[in-house]
Design a protein around this ligand. Structure first.
Ligand code: ADP
Ligand code: MG
Length: 615
């Protein structure tokens, strides 16, 4: 039989390599920007059309290439950056594998113009799918310009795999941020579809961070600095009180190369220990400098993971320097997560020390007695009127944390003996509802018992209300006396901008000003100002988690997010009126039995079930 093994033709080998190096437009951006940096450019321009699907162009003013080099640069394993395997352990450049241009040229239309400073004329190359279509002398400025058009034109599977423009652009911006943060001594700009998204002059690191993430970032940063034989650490961590639920701004650079490292991320978080609320993430911009011999960058084709020789020590040093910085800037004493805690944590009042459970010994207490008659019960007295009044305040106490009933909740719940006084108000005892564990509402029905999950039920109610407003009747707005201004980074603004029509329908008044500021001029009537921030954060998070597809609807996303952010949480004590209102509202919904997230809102326990239990 004949031999069957063959060497793959170059263009096929290149396409295979491209699969590893180029996953999406953002990968091209990364590789080309890195090439420009390696070419000692002091100015790098990135021009993108349709999130990189139509065009990605990088123009630099670096050293340029000779005609022969320009031609060679497109070959696989062609690099000017290393000569021998030994060099692999002393890498000072971004690139070294000699794969990027060859890979990109294999799966796109590529045009390159390049000229060295000393050359009179430059070279222009036009390449399609690894084939050089033309090579000519040309007049062009010093440096190199590479245009990549119609990415994946010959790999339809890849092209179809690309996400929406919004998502792909976000990836591009992420790469741009990483490169720009690592090189504040280089001027960068980014244009997308004729609009300038970033224009970053040469500056110090801190200024670069602020130029990218917005003016308010400055006050949030705490410097981290440490110098040991093993590693030099420089950079910033975000003050804990500005931590967010989204991961967003977390950056490690090792020898000016952006890397991902769950291990080092853990080290930073360990440095924050005790200062971050659960589920919240600190931001950080950490630059590590190590001896190039002590790391291996070549363990991943995109070079975003590296191996350290002495990982454990670096972990320890990083953790302690973050800790030290936070301490030095006396962050800990000013921490205040109380407000959020009461919003989110079930039974949070349990941890509050203010009210010892004196109710246990106060069986003589009569709420109808005047204050004077029950003397010597200072702390108890304080709790009771609030609780008592809350029966009558109706739905006013619905809007959020910090209302009276929460503080008092525990003392009453712990004593069934005093429960009878509530019956006064209920003329029909059988119709009343009960709240269990500040979590479930129980109501007797003909066939047995109804147990409602208060959080999910309220989500359903709000979801249907918002969806109706967004799609049919615009919501009622309360205008704010002074507009509330919130700053977001460019990704977040991009996401929010897309939803502005839906948010306005839902009852918000808002507009984007100066590129990164959201001015909020009005709110849906049932919302208060303190809720704006968490609600918008949740919207951004939900949108980031969303995989756009055929069934994707922005209206639905916005309605769901608002519902989940604003719904009464588990752990919230509800007055009788509130309980009844919620039950009524739930059962006037179109789909009362499931939450907007398809979880059940209530269960029933039949008399049969109950009887079985007693068998
Ligand atoms: P690598 O960066 O790993 O060397 P690339 O395929 O990205 O591989 O580039 C191949 C070679 O082309 C580089 O080593 C460099 O010599 C040259 N080159 C690429 N881009 C530029 C540029 N913008 N300016 C000057 N030279 C470049
Ligand atoms: Mg390269």
């Amino acid at each position: 039989m004949a031999d069957i093994i063959q060497l793959l033709p170059d263009h096929v080998a290149n396409q295979i390599a491209a699969g590893e190096v180029v996953q999406r437009p953002a990968s091209v951006v990364k590789e080309l920007m890195e090439n420009a940096i390696d070419a000692s450019a002091s100015q790098i321009r990135l021009i993108v059309k349709d999130a990189g699907k139509t065009l990605i162009q990088i123009v630099d003013n670096g050293i340029g290439m000779s005609t022969t080099d320009a031609r060679l640069s497109l070959e696989r394993h062609a690099t000017s950056k290393i000569r021998s395997a030994d060099d692999l352990f002393n890498i000072q450049t971004k690139g070294f594998r000699g794969e990027a241009l060859a890979s990109i040229a294999a799966i796109a239309h590529l045009e390159m113009k390049t000229r060295r400073d000393d050359d009179e004329v430059g070279t222009e190359l036009i390449v399609e799918g690894s084939k050089v279509l033309s090579q000519e002398a040309t007049v062009c400025p010093k440096g190199t310009s590479v245009s990549v058009k119609n990415l994946f034109y010959n790999v339809p599977a890849r092209r179809n795999f690309l996400k929406s423009d919004q998502v792909e652009l976000r990836h591009i911006i992420d790469e741009f941020h990483r490169v720009a943060l690592a090189h504040p001594n280089i001027e960068f700009c980014l244009h997308h579809n004729e609009s300038e998204l970033f224009n970053l002059p040469v500056s110090k690191v801190r200024q670069r961070i602020v130029n990218i993430f917005g003016g308010k970032t400055n006050e949030k940063l705490v410097p981290v600095k440490e110098s040991t034989e093993l590693v030099k650490i420089d950079g910033f961590v975000g003050k804990p009180q500005f931590s967010k639920k989204t991961r967003g701004e977390q950056f490690f650079f090792v020898n000016n190369r952006f890397i991902r490292s769950p291990y080092l991320n853990h080290a930073v978080n360990a440095g924050f220990e005790g200062l971050l609320k659960e589920g919240y993430h600190a931001s950080y911009f950490i630059f590590l400098e190590v001896d190039p011999h002590s790391i291996d960058v070549n363990i991943h084709p995109t070079k975003t993971e590296i191996k350290f020789e002495d990982e454990h020590s670096i972990y320890a040093i990083l953790r302690s320097s973050v800790r030290h910085s936070l301490g030095q800037f006396s962050i800990s004493p000013v921490l205040d997560f109380e407000r959020d805690a009461s919003l989110e944590t079930p039974y949070s009042f349990k941890d509050k020390q203010a009210y010892p459970p004196k109710i246990e010994v106060d069986r003589t207490y009569n709420p109808f007695q005047s204050k004077d008659e029950s003397s010597g019960r200072q702390s108890f007295q304080k709790t009771v009127p609030a609780q008592w009044e809350s029966l009558y305040v109706g739905l006013k106490s619905e809007n959020g944390p910090g209302n009276e009933s929460e503080e008092a909740g525990m003392s009453f719940e712990s004593d069934a003996g005093t429960g009878s006084m509530f019956d006064e108000k209920d003329t029909k005892l059988e119709l009343r509802t009960f709240q269990i564990q500040n979590k479930f509402i129980v109501k007797a029905i003909k066939s047995g018992l109804l147990v409602i999950n208060q959080n999910r039920a309220h989500q359903r109610v709000l979801y249907e209300a918002y969806l109706e407003r967004i799609t049919i009747n615009e919501g009622v707005r309360q205008e704010l006396l002074f507009p509330k201004v919130i700053q977001f980074n460019s990704n977040e603004i991009t996401i929010l901008e897309e939803m502005i029509p839906q948010l306005i329908q839902a009852g918000f008044g808002l507009e984007v000003i100066n590129g990164d500021e959201l001015h909020i001029t009005g709110l849906p009537v049932e919302m208060n100002e303190d809720q704006v921030d968490p609600v918008l954060q949740q919207l951004i998070r939900d949108s980031e988690d969303q995989v756009p597809g055929r069934n994707f609807s922005l209206s639905d996303l916005v309605a769901k997010s608002l519902a989940s952010a604003l719904a009464i949480k588990s752990g919230k004590k509800l007055s009788l009126d509130e309980q009844e209102y919620l039950v009524d509202k739930l059962f006037s919904c179109k789909e009362p039995n499931v939450s907007p997230f398809n979880t059940c809102t209530f269960i029933t326990v039949s008399v049969d079930d109950l009887e079985k239990k007693f068998n």
